[in-house]
Every structure is written in C-alpha cells, then in structure tokens.
Design a protein around this ligand. Structure first.
Ligand SMILES: C[S@@+](CC[C@H](N)C(=O)[O-])C[C@H]1O[C@@H](n2cnc3c(N)ncnc32)[C@H](O)[C@@H]1O
Length: 417
C-alpha cells in the first residue's frame, strides 16, 4: 500500500495512569495512558477548537476522562458492564463533596453481611477472615440508599472503590491475566484498610477537581453499555481515539469476573460467556461461535487476509497439534468484527475528522499478522471511505509465542475526507 511506518515513541501504556487524577481510581492495566490521549488532544487542538471525542472501546474510560479534564465533550461505548459502570462513575461524580465520601465510608454498618457470589471459587480466591470482611463490606454498601441522584453518586463511588480493591485483597494477581500468587500475604482486615485508602484517594481527587478544574465539572460525557458494531450515536465527532482488543490479547470478561460477580453484574458463568460472545473476538473465544461464523455468509475478507489465513492453516497442519486449529477463522472473525465497528463508527465522524487506533500486531501459529496495516486497509474500503494519514510505531513488544520476536504497537491515523 506504499505506506511508511514512522517511529514516534509515546507512553501509550496504562501503567502511568496509576498516579493520575481520576484515572487511578480503577487500577486496570489494559488501557492506554492518559498521557497518550493528552498528546493526541494537544496535537489536534489547533485544528479542532472544541473537539467532540469518541472512544468506541471505552474500557475504564481513559480517553473520556482525559477529554473531560480538558473540558471537551466525549462519548463512548463499552460492552463489559463493570467497565462501563467504572467509566460512568469516573466521569459523572466530579461534583460529589469529598467529605461526604469519607463520612459515608466511615459510617458503613458492620453487621449486614451479604454472601460472596456463589458461582465463583471465593473460598480459594480469599482467605476466610478476608472473605468475611468482604461480605460485611458488600452488605454495607448494598444497604446504602440510592433513590436520589446525590445518594446514587455516593453509592456508585463506594461500589467503584470496592471493585478496585478486590484483587488486592485476594490471593490473586493480575499480570494482566488473573492468576494465583502463592507468595502473597493478605491481612485479615485488608478489605477495610484498602477500601479506606481508596476512598481517601477519591476524596483527594474530587477536591483537586473542584478546586483546580471547576469549569470541567459539568462537561457532558456519556458512556453507554452497547456494542460498537451497532450503536448509533446521536451526534458527530471530530476525534475518535481508541484502542481495540488485540487479537491474541486479553479476555475482557473472564479477567474481570471477580469484580463483575461481587458487584452483581453477573450471577452465573453463562452470563459471562454471553457478554464475551458479543465482543470483538479474542483468541479463547468459544468454538461454537467460530463454527457458526465459518459457515455464515457475507463475512469481511480480502486477498491479503486470505493469504494470511492460508499460511496459518498450513503452519498448523505442519505442527500437527495446535491449541486452536480454527485459528484462521478466529483471525477472520477478528477482522470482520473490526470491519463492522469501523464502518459504523466512520459514519459518526464529521468530514475532516480523524479516527486514531492504538493497535498491536501478532505472531500466531508462526504467522505474522500485521493488524495495523490490515485495519488501515479496512478503513480505506470504499464502504468506510477513510484515508490513511500515518502509521507511527510507539513501542516494541516481545511476542508471547517467541520471546525474541519483536512486535510493534502503533498508532494508525485515518482521516474522513
Ligand atoms: C483495549 S480495551 C480499551 C481500554 C481503554 N482504552 C481504557 O483505557 O480503559 C478494549 C475494550 O473494548 C471492549 N469491547 C470489546 N468488544 C467490544 C464491542 N464490540 N463493543 C464495545 N466494546 C467492546 C472490551 O470490553 C475492552 O474494555
């Protein structure tokens, strides 16, 4: 396609958000960094004076929170109800008085336990005294009133704080996938001490927002629990800043099952599965879904994608034994899903607006998949109609399959003419 990939080293990983106002309320490490979003906003500030910003894969809300800190309107879609709730709470509680947050926590009753979610292995996830304290905290937060808006915002902040401490209070770690940490020692009263520290952090940030960013408090931001492939936005946007799931990346449902279940977003394992089935696929998607996709009509493909699939199929046949022999169809479904998202989102961009995607490429079954180039090509399909402006390499990553193999993480910028 005659495009040069330029070097532009940028801090695109979420890790740096852990020290940032509001972003740090939820400690998830799969997002991109607020510094990256700020870089994009500053770069395009001279072009779009008061940009409306969209993130179709909003996650825990990095792009939207950063837009709001700049006083810019923003919207997003997100399919995981936990992440949508966290982003919504991070965006729409900036007016809550910091003292009331601390007082609400300090007055929580300590005698209303609510049982741990039953379909999880909670007694393995948590030591018995920790589990009892979590059940007390869960019951106490559930008992808070929520009839009036003011009460609901406070309760949501308590629920967010509770979600943020669950993995820290558990015998697990997130790296970024959830796994047991045998060396970890958790104090019996950790749920209360961790949650108080989180509540103080939130109160400190609310006070900073109210004192230093008062003009942003009521900047509209909305994040809907919806599928980016089908959700119709009511307005048009100047800048889309997003990071889609990576093809052989993280499972955005199973990795959050503890928080989703403890906050009551799911009650059964099958609900987790059904949320996951609607998402852009990851590489442990259900086999049934891929079988159905393989036999369906009208899927997106192109000559280059077919070559990649053929090479992958012959590598899998040569190996004789591969975890997912249906991987070529998983890859096809990934690009089909992304085609649907990009076609839908492109309709909501103003002429002259830009669509920026932070993406990582993959090495799958010894086959190189240049996700950035493929997404650029998809964006230029006639039904989508975007023009490729640049592909910038922000950092190298090691492949999960062959550690010495250098993969890249890039920013693809597409322009709506
Ligand atoms: C790479 S993460 C985005 C993280 C985000 N930038 C942040 O800072 O938190 C991709 C997100 O897309 C969501 N997702 C996957 N498929 C989706 C779909 N079809 N519609 C909306 N959201 C989806 C996942 O749940 C996940 O939160």
């Amino acid at each position: 396609m005659g495009i040069e990939i330029t070097e532009n080293h940028l801090p695109i990983q979420f890790t740096s958000n852990r020290a940032q106002l509001v972003h740090r309320w939820s400690p998830y490490i799969q997002g991109f960094s607020s510094a990256f979003v700020q870089y994009v906003i500053d770069k395009y500030r001279p072009i779009y004076k008061d940009p409306a910003i969209l993130d179709p894969f909003a996650g825990s809300g990095t792009a939207l929170v950063q837009a709001k800190l700049n006083g810019f309107r923003s919207s997003g879609t997100e399919l995981n109800p936990l992440l949508q709730f966290l982003a919504e709470t991070k965006l729409n509680s900036w007016h809550v008085l910091p003292d009331t947050v601390v007082e609400t926590f300090d007055r929580l009753p300590k005698n209303l336990p609510k049982r741990a979610p039953e379909f999880l292995k909670s007694d393995r996830h948590f030591n018995p005294p920790v589990l009892r304290n979590l059940e007390l905290l869960r019951g106490a937060i559930d008992s808070l009133p929520d009839k009036e808006d003011r009460q609901r915002h406070l309760k949501d902040l308590m629920r967010l704080a509770f979600a943020s401490i669950l993995v820290d209070a558990s015998n697990l770690k997130r790296t970024p996938c959830l796994g047991y940490d045998r060396k970890k020692r958790v104090a019996d009263d950790a749920p209360w001490t961790l949650m108080r520290a989180k509540v103080l952090q939130i109160a400190t940030d609310l006070s900073s927002l109210q004192n230093h960013f008062p003009w942003t408090l009521h900047t509209p931001s909305n994040i809907v629990l919806a599928n980016a492939m089908t959700w119709d936005h009511q307005t048009q946007f100047d800048l889309v800043i997003t990071s889609p799931p990576y093809m052989n990346g993280l499972d955005y449902v199973m990795n959050y099952k503890i928080e989703m279940a403890w906050l009551g977003f799911v009650t059964y394992m099958r609900e987790l599965k059904s949320i996951k089935d609607d998402m852009v696929v990851c590489d442990n998607v259900s086999r049934g879904l891929i079988n159905d996709f393989a036999s369906s009509d009208g899927k997106y493909t192109n000559d280059w994608l077919e070559q990649i699939k053929d090479e992958m199929a012959s590598n899998i046949a040569r190996r004789g034994n591969y975890r997912r022999p249906d991987m070529p169809n998983i890859v096809n479904k990934y690009f089909d899903d992304m085609y649907r998202v990009m076609r839908h989102v492109a309709r909501s961009i103003h002429p002259g607006g830009r669509f920026l995607l932070v993406v990582g490429d993959s090495l799958i079954a010894d086959t190189y998949v240049p996700t950035d180039l493929m997404l650029a090509r998809i964006g230029m399909e006639p039904e989508i109609g975007l023009q490729l402006e640049s592909i910038e390499k922000a950092r190298h990553r090691a492949s999960g399959q062959v550690r010495s193999y250098r993969l890249r993480e890039t920013i693809v910028t597409l322009l709506k003419p």
